[in-house]
Design a protein around this ligand. Structure first.
Ligand SMILES: [Zn+2]
Length: 315
């Protein structure tokens, strides 16, 4: 990309298609620094005023569009504002850059408005669309962007990068919990993640053997780190679903860690999918004013019941 820029052939619009947390935002800001850096040679230098302003999120020629908090969408007013800004002369006499992240949060009207800018881009502008699910964008938008696939680094690369930038920690366990998302892991407290993951695992194992207190557990989980805990519950269910399909060897190879599944109650596959659906529902209603404690308690009882139903002798 640096070579394309040096040759004056940087496209007007790039779609950065990333795996979740793989670094699409980071790459978008890197391209912003590339074109806004004050040094033509060796850009982005990382130390000039232009680069430093981008890093601080305060460059007047860089506009970042994110979903509004209430709608979780990028709205048409935001896109219109961006289009107006891009049409003006840049503050520094160089490029103007717009980042839309996640671009798959553009609603239909906003996408239509953006199309106008993509069709007739003002000179010296770059639009960067960061998306994990580009298929959710209209084909008219996709056809006007050059696509760049941002792949997640390998596990070994991610761990060594996290150790370099964040210091020591059980980064393998953090990535086991959060998925292959090093940028997400970089913002996490590794010790806290490992602790929550271990606690959830213990509680779920206990629930399948009927040794848990669903009320106390649900109350504790509803109070803190709920999205992380739901993620941990999903991981736990995924492991068991994989076991059912004979994926045990594959699984341990993929995510060997301190948490190799020990022999727990046999849950049948339909129950496991039923539980996974309940977790998905809980996740999608996180913002809604529902009684989270009660929903979690129901989930734990569902687990207890299904485990008890398949091995009635244990209780
Ligand atoms: Zn610079």
């Amino acid at each position: 990309m640096a070579a394309a820029h040096a040759a004056g052939r940087l496209p007007h619009a790039l779609l950065l298609h990333e795996a979740p947390g793989a670094g699409g935002d980071w790459l978008a800001r890197w391209v912003a620094r590339l074109v806004l850096c004050e040094h033509a040679a060796g850009a982005p230098c990382g130390s000039c005023a232009g680069c430093r302003r981008v890093i601080a999120g305060q460059h007047p020629d860089l506009l970042v569009l994110q979903p509004t908090e209430d709608s979780q969408q990028i709205r048409i007013e935001q896109v219109r504002e961006l289009a107006q800004e891009l049409a003006l002369t840049s503050h520094q006499g160089g490029y103007k850059v717009g980042i839309l992240s996640p671009a798959d949060a553009l609603n239909r009207f906003a996408a239509n408005a953006l199309l106008k800018t993509l069709e007739e881009p003002p000179p010296q502008t770059v639009l960067l669309l960061v998306a994990t699910q580009p298929s959710r964008l209209p084909a008219t938008i996709l056809s006007r962007c050059q696509r760049v696939r941002v792949r997640a680094p390998t596990r070994a690369q991610a761990v060594s990068w996290l150790q370099e930038t964040r210091g020591d920690g059980d980064w393998n366990a953090v990535l086991d919990t959060l998925g292959e998302a090093p940028m997400l892991a970089a913002q996490a407290d590794p010790a806290a993640i490992v602790e929550v993951a271990a606690e959830v695992r213990r509680a779920l194992d206990e629930a399948t053997s009927g040794a848990a207190d669903p009320v106390a557990t649900a109350e504790r989980w509803a109070r803190a780190d709920l999205p992380l805990r739901l993620r941990c519950i999903e991981n736990w269910l995924t492991e068991r679903i994989r076991d059912h399909f004979g994926g045990h060897a594959f699984f341990t190879e993929l995510r060997a860690g301190p948490y190799l599944p020990r022999a727990v109650a046999v849950l049948n596959i339909r129950d496991l999918f039923g539980l996974a659906d309940s977790v998905r529902e809980l996740k999608s209603s996180l913002e809604a004013p529902l009684n989270r404690g009660l929903a979690l308690e129901t989930l734990l009882r569902q687990l207890e019941r299904t485990a008890g139903a398949t091995s009635p002798s244990r209780r």
